[in-house]
Design a protein around this ligand. Structure first.
Ligand code: FES
Length: 153
């Protein structure tokens, strides 16, 4: 462990600053997404980088990243000292391709949501053109055109 001083942030202070419930922090801690040290009175105390971790967890969850994926990435950060810029860069590298895929998928959804997505409903004006008689459903399931790489419908 580095010469870092004992953490001072209480669970209530972290919760207030991050805009989450105390129970959420306890949940994150149970899942080993964040960690605390216990003081002499057996109360949890957190290093300030916990605020950054919680903020990243919240932001990633909003983007639909699973807690398992978030944990995989956070596990790259050191638990016993404040992460450096290099530590965060290591984590960020792991997220690049995942976020690129998500951005592409969301862009595809945005661009195709008003057209035929090949889901089998045949309820849109262009369904007979892109999915006549639900021919796409013969070989695959789900919104087939949505799952394909960009192609305007
Ligand atoms: S939108 Fe459902 S099959 Fe076209």
């Amino acid at each position: 462990m580095s010469a870092q001083t004992f953490p001072k942030w209480t669970v209530g202070q972290i919760a207030a600053r991050c805009g989450v419930k105390v129970s959420t922090l306890h949940f994150y801690e149970d899942k080993a997404l964040i960690y605390s040290l216990r003081n002499a009175g057996n109360q949890r105390r957190y290093y300030p980088d916990t605020i950054r971790r919680v903020s990243i967890i919240k932001a990633a969850q909003k983007m639909g990243v699973s807690l398992e994926k978030i944990k995989e990435s956070l596990d790259l950060l050191p638990n016993k000292r404040t992460p450096t810029k290099g530590d965060w860069e290591k984590m960020s590298t792991q997220w690049h391709s995942m976020l690129d895929e998500r951005i592409e998928a969301l862009s595809r959804l945005r661009n195709t949501i008003t057209g035929c997505i090949g889901c089998g409903c045949l309820s849109m004006e262009k369904c007979p053109i892109y999915n006549p008689d639900d021919i796409l459903g013969n070989n695959a399931k789900g919104p087939i055109l949505l799952d394909r790489p960009s192609k305007s419908t």
